[in-house]
Design a protein around this ligand. Sequence first.
Ligand SMILES: [Zn+2]
Length: 362
Amino acid sequence: MNTLDFINLRNKRVILNDNELEIGSLRLNLSDELNFGEPIGNVAVKDLAEAANYYNSLTSKTCWTQLAALTFIVTGKHQALDWYFPITNMLNDAELSDFYRFIQEIIQHPNLDLKLKAENKTDATAQMHADIPFIVGGHLAEIFFYRRDILARLLNTPRHIWLYTTPKAFEQDGGLAGGDYNHETESIQLVLSRLYEGFYGSTPGVAPFLHEFGHMLDFFNSGSGKMGDSEGLLPGLSPSDGKIYTPRARKLFVEGKRIELERYLKRFNNTYSENDPLPIGHPYVFQNDTEFCAGYFEMFFRNPNYFASQNPVLYQGYTELLGQDQRYAWKKDFDFYVMENRNFYLNSGQKPWEPHLTIPTI
Ligand SMILES: [Zn+2]
């Protein structure tokens, strides 16, 4: 029996070779038993291998997941998936139990249309392992833990989240740019491997699901309860949103967005002075309102400390809207976006792209 520290291993990629299982730099014999301590307990290496192999064949070797996901499949212990949800860092035991319950509620919601599609548009939903709905449901639970009224509004009618076993399956079903919100089918489309790609590092990282879901939220018209056109606003930020409307959040969001645009325009027009603050986002998110909406939404959940220090007004717009402050979940930000974005303005020598943002009236 090998006693191993699950917390230090849960982000490691697990690869099955002929007769051994690689977990990061560890090489384990298929007959080994592992003890991950409480609350996960004992796990047989051959069971992990079987789960890893399952993904391997389902995705034509395009998706080697983390130990966290495989351990959940094998043990059914919710805590194994905490790694995917930074909010768990700031919840006490009672709140955590509530969080897991909320995830179950979301997964079982009749209007959550979560599908897995294989090549030639085959429906492979029945072949989904339990971790997939749990990770998707967990992202939604993390976003709406303190605003269940907004999620209830969103799930009043079916919401389509479609995952694909391989990049080919994704393209065959009209998927674009590695992941998208498809206006025509009103669905999020994402290759399955992208659900895991941001979780191999020392902190949770790039989050294409959160980004594409930010687009879906933008295209959702809370007043009518239907998918509509982009207004660059999350549900709860429009006066027409009815009971979920959060006027203070709108005021802060609009002011904060104006501040970002002004900072960006100074860079774009080359009229900045040396000490002027940089925009938080990359030029990519200034190209239109929906990219701004999705990009800043994702950054709220990944680099909240930098976000709040650069533009406290806009950051507070998100805390007012979502009823939570992600800084309590992050001792240290995932700083990849921070560095990339700063680097563009400070060191790339490239001219920022022409912006096309609108600022709503308060
Ligand atoms: Zn986008």
